[in-house]
Design a protein around this ligand. Structure first.
Ligand code: FEO
Length: 171
């Protein structure tokens, strides 16, 4: 099966976007770990792994079609962050960017009548709804529980529970 050059390029761009997300979440996890937010650290380590499974899905898809995935260089992530709330806001923004990129790919697949890629992307469309909701829910906690030390500690505990509930990433 063949995909267009344009479709191949956008899928490869998506590999880079997912790789960058994985790297950013790894940096966030590391910062949380040294700052004492153990629950958030676990949460972001798991999130980083999850992003890697997303990029692998695209790599496998491209390779299965004989289109050959391009493994990208990744830009250095931030090494320091201002606050846990700031991290969650950045994560939500990142997910919104990924959602927009996926929707754009869906539009290209539709336009090109590339039914295979269209079907492949359906999983990502649904996944992004969950990804954005996850971070919106965490952000809401800052209003509900507060931004003082006790509030942040409760949010960290919430993230610890979420991290332990998240399934092992499967590729
Ligand atoms: Fe791979 Fe969080 O989107």
């Amino acid at each position: 099966m063949k995909i267009s050059t344009k479709m191949k390029k956008t899928l490869n761009d998506q590999v880079a976007l997912e790789a960058s997300a994985s790297n950013n979440y790894l940096a966030m996890a590391s910062w949380c770990e040294v700052t004492g937010y153990q629950g958030a650290a676990n949460y972001f380590y798991a999130q980083s792994d999850e992003e890697r499974t997303h990029l692998l899905k695209v790599v496998h898809y491209l390779n299965a079609l004989g289109a050959v995935a391009t493994i990208p260089a990744i830009k250095s992530p931030a090494s320091s962050y201002k606050s846990l709330e700031g991290i969650i806001k950045t994560a939500l923004k990142n997910e919104q960017t990924v959602t927009a990129a996926i929707h754009k790919m869906v539009e290209i697949a539709q336009k090109e009548k590339d039914h295979s890629t269209y079907a492949f992307l359906e999983w990502f469309v649904n996944e992004q709804v969950q990804e954005e909701t996850k971070f919106e829910t965490i952000l809401q906690k800052f209003d509900l529980l507060g931004r003082d030390k006790l509030g942040i500690n409760e949010i960290d505990k919430f993230l610890a529970v979420e991290a332990s509930a998240s399934p092992e990433p499967a590729v």
